[in-house]
Structures are given as C-alpha cells and as structure tokens.
Design a protein around this ligand. Structure first.
Ligand code: THU
Length: 164
C-alpha cells in the first residue's frame, strides 16, 4: 500500500512581503476586487484575480442573488471572464481572498469544491498548471502550484473520451 502525502505541495507564508512580486501583485488585485463584491446576503466579500500568460490580469468577485443558489463565487466569475475574453491565453495563476464587515477572516480563503473543479477544467484546457495564492484579511498565506493538490483524483474531459 502506498500513502500519498500532499502537505508538502503547499507553501505557507507569514507575511505578504515574503511572496514573490508576481504573487504579491496578484493578491493585491484580488483584494481590490473583493471590495467591489456584490455580497449583500452573506456579507462575505470574495475577490479573485487571474493572471494570464500574456500578462493580462482579469478580476472577479462574488455576485449574490436574492434567490441564493443563483449566486456565483469570485473564482468562477474571474475564470469565466478570462476564458470568454481571452480564450487563447493560458491561465498561469489565481489569487483568492476575502473581506467582511461581519467576520474576521484570519485564515486563507480556499476555493469551494465547485471552484476547484472549475480551476481543474482550465488546467486541462490549457494543459498548464495554475498557481493558486490563498489569503484571508490577515494571517498566513497559502500557495500551491496546481489545483491537483486541492482536488486530487479529478474528473476531467479525459474521462469522457469515446471508444473510437
Ligand atoms: N464564495 C466565493 O466567492 N468563493 C469561495 O471560495 C467561497 C465562497 C462566496 C459565495 C457566497 O457569495 C459567499 O462567498 C459566502 O459563501
């Protein structure tokens, strides 16, 4: 039997100033995006920023709805905007963070299960790992080099190949 240990796939930083300049910049943009979130129901404002291979940065934040299940997470707003506006560009990285007037967010915000699956789709679409930078309002920052560390044994388009 073989045991798989994924904890070594995450880098933990105590301070934003310890991040690479590129990660720091992306996180800064995610924070700016969180401010503009539409989250009147949860008061949990999430921001995401996606870095494309061509250097373009695409931001997104959560968009809620009075019909709760219709709301969309920040990560998917940002990823879908990137995928629809720059379909040819690899996604290199995504930074995710949150702010709230209601809660203290002292732990890194990690993407929900649905968003992990969405990130996975783009890794497979472009055959390129996506770096993920996760932060709270303060506290440690978590970085990993691929969504496969957050979502092992993924279901992908490879599972939908026909017999011929
Ligand atoms: N949310 C995100 O946008 N991303 C996450 O990774 C976690 C949750 C949003 C959904 C909802 O609008 C609010 O945060 C509270 O769940």
């Amino acid at each position: 039997m073989k045991k798989i240990n994924i904890s070594s796939a995450f880098d933990e930083y105590d301070s934003e100033s310890d991040l690479t300049p590129s990660d720091r910049q992306l996180l800064k943009e995610a924070r700016l995006s969180a401010v503009q979130a539409y989250a009147p129901y949860s008061r949990f404002q999430v921001g995401a920023a996606v870095l494309l291979e061509n250097g373009i940065l695409v931001k997104g934040n959560n968009q809620e709805n009075a019909s709760y299940p219709l709301g969309l997470c920040a990560e998917r707003v940002a990823l879908f905007a990137a995928g629809s506006n720059y379909p040819e560009a690899n996604i290199k990285a995504i930074a995710i963070t949150a702010q709230s007037s209601q809660f203290s967010i002292l732990q890194p915000i990690t993407p929900c299960g649905a968003c992990r699956q969405a990130i996975s789709e783009y890794e497979h679409r472009y055959q390129h790992p996506i770096r993920i930078i996760m932060a709270g309002e303060s506290g440690k920052i978590l970085v990993t080099y691929s969504v496969s560390n957050l979502l092992p044994y993924q279901f992908t388009g490879d599972d939908l190949k026909s017999k011929t």
